[in-house]
Every structure is written in C-alpha cells, then in structure tokens.
Design a protein around this ligand. Structure first.
Ligand SMILES: Cc1ncc(C[n+]2csc(CCOP(=O)(O)OP(=O)(O)O)c2C)c(N)n1
Ligand SMILES: [Mg+2]
Length: 890
C-alpha cells in the first residue's frame, strides 16, 4: 500500500470511530462516553502507547451554546443599571482627582469587571439574614469604586459619600480607597487589596464554613464563597499556593472568578503566552472545575461555521499580547491580521463590517456567558470552580484607555473622552454638564432603582453586609477558673509553652466556651507538647479517618474525625493564618463567636505571614496568636533562621494588637482570661499575641494585687534594699529573661552592695500605646491638669537608672525609654541567632545576669554613684570578655 492509500484507510478509520462515538453518546449519554474514553486511554497506555499530556482544552468557552441557560433577568434594565454604575464609578475617581490631584483611584479595573460583578449582584450573591450567613464575596480591591457606585444606586451611600472617596478624614468620614472593614465596618467584609491574600483567605473561609457545619456549630451548607481576583494577581504565591487544599477538601462551596483582562499594572500579564490557558492547566491539574468564558455571543455564529477548526486553531495560536493589540486596533486590522491567516478564515469574517469586527465582545462582557458560567458553578458538586473570564481592561474608556498599557493608572478623562463614555453608555447627562461630571441616580420609583432593589431583596439583602457583630457576646470564664495556675508548680520545672498547653486543655473542656475554641497549628503540635489534644479533641477532617493510624494502639494516637476540633494545617503558616481570620471573624460572618488559638513557631509568624496578620487586623478578626519557641536565646541550638528575637518589633507595628511576653504561668493565665473577656465578652475587635518559651523552670505562685499590672504591661516584682548602698537601679525583665534580672539583682546586692527593684514587663507595647495616648491629651490640653499614664504612675518616685532586658531586639524595650527615670540602658538580642546553649547565647547577646549586673554598675558610674574602677573589677570578676564581638554585627 502506498503512503497515500494508507492515509486514506486511516481517514476512513477515523470516520468510523467518530460515528461510533456519536452513536455511543446518543445511546449511553455523556457520562458513559467519558468513562469509555477513559477506558480506551487506559488500554492504549497498557499497550505501550504514550499519550501526550495536556491539561488544556481549546481556547473557546467551556460551556457550549446549546448548554447555555436562558438569561433570567431583564437584560435591558440590567444594562442601564450597569451603565450608571460604570459612570458613577468613573466619575468618583475623576472628581476626586480633579479636586485633589494625586489622590488616586482606579477606573479601568472596574471597567473590566462590571459585568462579572453585576451578574453576581442581580442573580447570585445572597445577603446575610438572621439564620442564613449568605454568601461571602471577596471583591477585587481595585474595583471598589464600582461597589461604592452600586451602593449609591441602592441608596446605601449618598452623593456626599461619593464626594469623599479617598478622603476618609473629612468631617463625617469618607470612603476607603479599597475594601477595609477596619475603617468601614458597616460596609466592607473582606479586605482584598494586598494582592494574593483574598484568594487564600477565601479558600480557608470556604473550608471553615465546612468545619462549622461538620462540627454542628452552624448550618453553612447553603453559603457560597466567591472570590474575584485579577489575572496579574495570580502571580502572587498565595493566590495559587493553596488551591490543592480546596480540591482535596472538595470545596464545592467555593468559586473563584479570575478577571482575565490580560493586563496588570505595567503591561501584559503574559504577552507571549496565554494566561487563561496557563491558569486552566494549573487549576485542572489541581482538581478544580474550570469554566472558561472567553468569547461573547457575537462569536458563536462564526464558531458554528468553523467546521474544519481553523478559527479555533487561530484562537489557540494567538498570544495575549496580540489579543491586546486587537483591542486597541481597528476592525480592519483584525480582519487583516487575525482573519487574514487563511482564505477560509477570511471568508468567515466576510459578512462582517469592520465596525462589527471591532465590537465583537469578549466573554466576560457578555451577561449570557457570565450567567451560564455562574449558574454552572453554583450547581457543580464535588470540587471548587474557577471561572476564567476574558475581559478588556478599561472597557469603555475609549481610545486612550481601553486595553492600553497605561490604563491601570488612568484617573482622568478629558471632555471628549467623557462625552464618548456618556454616549456609549447612554447616561442622561447633557454636554453642558459633562465638565462637572455629575453623579447620576434615577428617581426612587424609576424602573432601574425598583429593579435593582427588588433583585437585592429577593437575594436576601445587600452585599457586602459589613463587619458588625451578629453573634451574642460570650460569658468569659472568670479569673477563678484559672486558679490552678496561680499556685506555684511545687518546684516542678515547666516551660511557659507547657503551662499554656495545659491551660488550653482545660479551656477546651470548659462547658461554656470549650466547643467554640478553634485550635490551629501548622504541623508543630508535638513540638509544643500538644499531642494529647489529638485524642482529646480530634483533628478535623471532612471525611473522618479512612485508615487505621499506625499509633492506634497508643493513648495519644493521631485521631482524625469529621467533628474533630483541631485545624492541623500542615506546613503552611499562611493557610493557618487564613483559618485564623475565618474563625476570628465568624462573630460577624456566621453569628458565632468562635475563638481561634493559632500556635506557631514564633519565628515563622510575623516574619513569614506579617501581611496576613495585617489583613486579620483589617478584617477585625479576634483571637489569640501564640508565638511558641520564642526568644532569641531561649530557643537553644536552633540557630539563625529559627531564633526569634524581633517578632515583638513586628507586633508593635500592628494597631489593635496587644502583644505580651510573659514569664510565668500565672501571667499567661491572667492575659488569656483578659483576652477572652475583652474580645468575646466585650466584643472588642483586637488580637492578642503572646510569646511562649520552651525553657523549663519552676513556676512561682501569683503574688496578690497583680492582675492590673500584668494586663497593662508592668509591675514591681521584687525589691532588694542594701544598707548604705551607693545607688539603686531598676531592672526590667520579660519572658524567660526575667529570671536573669532576678539573678542580677542578687549579684548586685551581694557582691556590689547595690540595691534594686525587679519589674516584670509583660508588654512594652501596651505601656507605650497608653503613654502616648496620655501624652497626646496633655499636649492638646495644655491648660488643664496633666494626666498620668500607667507607666508614669509606675515610675513615679522611682530612683533610676533603668536597665531593661528582654530576649528581643533592644528597640522593644526602648519603646518606653523616654519615660524611664534616670535614663534607660536596654539590653537585648540584636543580631542573628546562633546554635548554642542558652547560657552561651545569653552571654553572647549580653542578656545574662552577669552582663546585666555590669550594665547596671556602668549606668551608676555614669551618674557618679559608683566608681568606674568597680565596673572594671566586676567585668573581670564576672568573667566577661571586654573584647567580645558585638552580636548585632558579628
Ligand atoms: C501585594 C501587592 N503588590 C502590589 C500591589 C499593587 N498593585 C495594585 S493593582 C496591581 C495590578 C493588578 O493587576 P491585576 O491583578 O491583573 O488586576 P486588574 O486591575 O488588571 O484587574 C498592582 C501591581 C498590590 N496591591 N498588592
Ligand atoms: Mg489584569
């Protein structure tokens, strides 16, 4: 047989297979046909045929035209509503920048997302009602003007609000640049603008919804989590970093909508490739249901005529940079370059005028296509869905905005552009009014406003629904409930971590709040001695435990359960932090005051996921962050990348976060009790950060009257007088280093006849925050009797100098330096950690008792109270090398 004949035979073979396939589809349906193809593939594979791997489908819509449902809304009214929102969103930014050049804002992102949002608002996003949490919707942050503009039509915001966009400090308040529930708790729910955080937060929100359901705490089965993000945003590791969790957990309550306008800030996302195809492969590979919405309805007739697949081939081959070029070019250009590839393609485009070609829409601007995708997404079961919607950045902004590389930052439109915009979207504003760019809202009884309100009311109310507490306040356990920790440990040596974990076990059994606690840990439970909780509470798993654990015959076996309480997240501090946010905001999202306790390796907390902690604070999340194995010299042996000596610096920078570095079990108990009370009884939206160490030592009993001091940040612990002492020093200690100050106190008294007071400082941050607040009041009320801060009260009549020592960088203690009587010398652990023993490390960083004693003597010598020779003698006697390296730079 000649090659030609062979080809012909093969061709007829193909025809036969096609016929069989069509027949099988008719007789057995799509599911069986899909099974059949899988079986065929397997068979081919076993016969040694290597099938090329592709996670991609062709560059066309996933949902074929004949599977598209009928659009249920009034397209005409919806378009008018959307046009008004487009106009008002644009006007808000343009006017803000006209008044205050440089105030910023974005027009082009919402312009590309308008249809994606509006189809959701009119048909999908459900509002929160008393017994239904509604949907949780994460809006692309830079599209916020569109969300405000809609709220304006809804009557939730008025013209004054819009005029105060990005002017939050104007009298009466203004509108935040982006979604910030911290600043607008009556409006926003989810902060999204730090790119990449919304997607990971949304994934864990969806998982947390399941968790509440599986534990019988709240019925969340009807809620969906929608996350809108940009295509450029998917480059952030957090955006895609947790997508396998979503599919592994079968989160069909989660829908991502990626606004693929092919551009980010500087230029194309993938000029030389195709972002939609790249994302399709990543999400399909991860097990998501992927729905591509690439082409608008105008393309359907062409695709129907494309029997030999030339059009699809051309669509597949064209790269994004070129698609962007078609956006900014004329129809004639597209005819020439896109359809000009072959005579067949040219013929396809023949019936169309250049103008028709230019106006052929992309899928993300076609409500029919978007509706079909959303509808398929909410009906899909078994896995999360991602909708990849192709749009145009700056859609409708005319020649100078649409699809241009500079469009992201466009904040102004000249009169000509305004006129074009007005005309294109049919906004009832006259030429004379254009210069003023007025906001427009049709009358209350207009069809548009009535329709929009009717739709929202049918969907359960307005979205976003704000971040106010919907859950009733809890009753915190009283301080007496912690009594066990107020006694000494009977000489038994325990670390603060061990003490905390024991306390935590008790709290979990508390009949009133135990069930509401959400323990979160990223694969370090054993490090912190928490394995007993595996058995006690169980590790949450939606599917329970499908295997017999290897340690099932032991008491503390690894128990996974559908109603398990612990979120054992695996090695992802970011994921664990996202869980913390979901649990810490359930008081508003789900009418339930869940109490998250997130235990992590302190070095991998603020430093690793600081931006998520910031987002937690923006979200008004409440809960406990526990930095375990903390302290640069308290965590021995682990070295540079593990020893945390600066998380309290990060913590100082986060507003509404109370940071504590306790030394004793009873201090922790007081702080935890106060935290539960403040956050869940008084409902203050703050976060507690507590560092815990792993150095074992005997825990003392709680002295009387020290609750206030522990909570507000400091209290005097031990005073030591010496007859005829030449001077007195104040020794401030925290965490495990408090014990070094006590030892230094003894050295100073016994060897150098110096008197001293030792103070336990639990929170430099609290002391400073309060002192500054009082200082501000005094500055602004110069004629009134000055107020005193707690810190000033503590230091009143106290004789300095002050030596402040912690296991953290000196700046932590120096936060209160200017209030220290007689000046402050701070000792701390500036510099990289080292692998060595605690003792060696403390000498190296000069935070051991001997170094503290020398620092105290030197400070006294400075004020002439002891002789310099005494300091020199002490250096020798205490064995300190005067030529030792500087740990901060060594
Ligand atoms: C973590 C982070 N890095 C950078 C930015 C600044 N930024 C804001 S929008 C943007 C481009 C967004 O592009 P894309 O995600 O594609 O959204 P689009 O506006 O195109 O819809 C950048 C870089 C940010 N907000 N967050
Ligand atoms: Mg983009």
């Amino acid at each position: 047989m000649s090659e030609r004949e062979k080809d012909e035979v093969f061709q007829s073979e193909i025809e036969e297979w096609f016929e069989s396939l069509d027949d099988a589809l008719v007789r057995h349906g799509p599911q069986r046909l899909s099974d059949l193809l899988t079986r065929l593939q397997e068979r081919a594979f076993r016969r040694g045929v290597a099938l090329p791997f592709s996670a991609n489908t062709p560059y066309i819509n996933t949902i074929p035209v004949d599977k598209q449902p009928r659009y249920p809304g009034n397209r005409d009214i919806e378009r008018r509503i959307k046009s008004l929102i487009r106009w008002n969103a644009m006007a808000m930014v343009v006017r803000a920048n006209r008044e205050d050049p440089g105030i910023g804002g974005h027009i082009s992102t919402y312009a590309s997302a308008a249809t994606l949002f509006e189809v959701g608002f009119n048909h999908f996003f459900r509002g929160r009602t008393h017994d239904f949490s509604g949907d949780q919707v994460y809006f692309q942050g830079h599209a916020s003007p569109g969300v405000y503009a809609r709220a304006f039509l809804e009557g939730r915001l008025d013209i004054e609000h819009l005029e105060r966009f990005r002017r939050e400090l104007r009298p009466g308040g203004g509108l935040s640049s982006y979604p910030h529930p911290r600043l607008m708790p009556d409006f926003w729910e989810f902060p999204t603008v730090s790119m990449g955080l919304a997607p990971i937060m949304a994934i864990y929100q969806a998982r947390f919804n399941r968790y509440l359901e599986d534990r019988g705490i709240r019925d969340t089965s009807q809620s969906k989590v929608w996350c809108f993000l940009g295509d450029g945003e998917t480059d952030e590791p957090e955006s895609l970093g947790a997508i396998t969790l979503a599919s592994r957990e079968g989160l069909d309550n989660l829908i991502f909508v990626i606004n693929c306008n092919l551009q980010r800030l500087d230029g194309p996302v993938r000029g030389n490739g195709k972002i939609i195809q790249e994302l399709e492969a990543a999400f399909r590979g991860a097990g998501w249901n992927v729905i591509k919405v690439i082409w608008g309805g105008d393309w359907d007739p062409l695709l129907a005529k494309d029997v030999d697949g030339q059009l699809v081939a051309q669509m597949n081959e064209t790269v994004d940079g070129q698609y962007q070029k078609y956006t900014v070019e004329s129809g004639a250009y597209t005819r020439e370059h896109f359809f000009g590839k072959s005579p067949e393609l040219r013929k396809l485009a023949e019936p169309l005028t250049d103008e028709q070609i230019r106006r052929m829409r992309r899928g993300g601007h076609d409500p029919d296509k978007v509706y079909a995708a959303y509808n398929a997404a909410i009906e899909h079961r078994g896995s999360p869905t991602v909708i990849l919607a192709k749009t145009i950045k700056g859609y409708g902004l005319g020649e100078h905005g649409e699809g241009r590389n500079v469009t992201h930052q466009q904040k102004k439109l000249n009169e000509e552009e305004l006129r074009e915009f007005r005309t294109r979207f049919g906004i009832p504003i006259s030429d004379e009014q254009l210069a003023e760019t007025p906001f427009h809202r049709p009358p209350e009884d207009s069809p548009e406003i009535r329709y929009l309100k009717e739709r929202r009311s049918a969907l359960g109310g307005y979205v976003p629904g704000g971040r106010q507490p919907t859950a009733p306040a809890l009753k915190a356990p009283t301080i007496e409930a912690f009594d066990e920790f107020f006694h000494d440990s009977g000489g038994r040596e325990v670390s603060t971590t061990m003490a905390f974990v024991r306390m935590f076990g008790r709290l979990l059994r508390n009949p009133a709040i135990g069930k509401l606690i959400v323990p979160i840990v990223p694969d370090e439970a054993r490090t912190f001695g928490m394995e007993a909780l595996f058995r006690q509470c169980g590790i949450y798993s939606h599917v329970g435990q499908l295997y017999e654990p290897v340690d099932s015959d032991t008491l503390l076996y690894y128990r996974e359960a559908k109603d398990g309480q612990i979120l054992e997240e695996g090695i992802t501090e970011a994921g664990a932090m996202a869980s913390f946010i979901a649990a810490g905001t359930a008081y508003a999202t789900h009418e339930v005051n869940t109490i998250p306790f997130f235990l992590f390796y302190s070095m991998f907390g603020f430093q690793r996921v600081g931006d998520l902690i910031w987002a937690a604070a923006d979200s008004r999340a409440k809960g406990f962050l526990l930095g375990c194995t903390a302290g640069r010299t308290t965590l021995a042996g682990e070295g540079l990348q593990h020893q945390d000596g600066h998380s309290h610096l990060w913590a100082s920078a986060v507003p509404d976060l109370r940071a504590y570095d306790p030394a004793y079990a009873y201090e922790i108990a007081v702080i935890v009790q106060d935290g539960i009370q403040r956050m869940f009884e008084k409902q203050e939206p703050v976060i507690y950060y507590i560092t815990l160490g792993n150095e074992p030592y005997a825990m003392p009993a709680m002295p009387p009257n020290c609750l206030e001091g522990i909570i507000r940040g400091m209290r005097r612990l031990e005073s030591r007088d010496v007859d005829g002492a030449p001077g007195r020093v104040q020794l401030l200690g925290s965490g495990a280093i408090l014990r070094e100050t006590l030892r230094a106190q003894a050295i100073l008294a016994e060897r150098y006849r110096v008197a001293s007071d030792v103070w336990s400082v639990t929170s430099y941050k609290q002391l400073r925050v309060e002192a500054l607040e009082v200082e501000q009041w005094n500055r602004l009320h110069p004629a009134e009797p000055p107020r005193k801060s707690y810190l000033e009260e503590m230091f009143e009549g106290v004789e300095g100098p002050v030596i402040a020592v912690s296991d953290y960088a000196r700046l932590v203690a120096e936060q209160i330096a200017r209030w220290a009587p007689g000046g402050m010398v701070a000792l701390g652990t500036d510099g990289f950690g080292r692998s060595d023993t605690r003792q060696a490390l403390r000498r190296f960083f000069e935070v051991d008792a001997e170094s503290i004693a020398v620092a105290a003597l030197k400070a006294l010598a400075e004020s002439g109270r002891v002789d310099r020779a005494l300091v020199k003698r002490a250096i020798v006697e205490l064995g300190i090398d005067p030529e030792k390296p500087n740990p901060a730079t060594a």
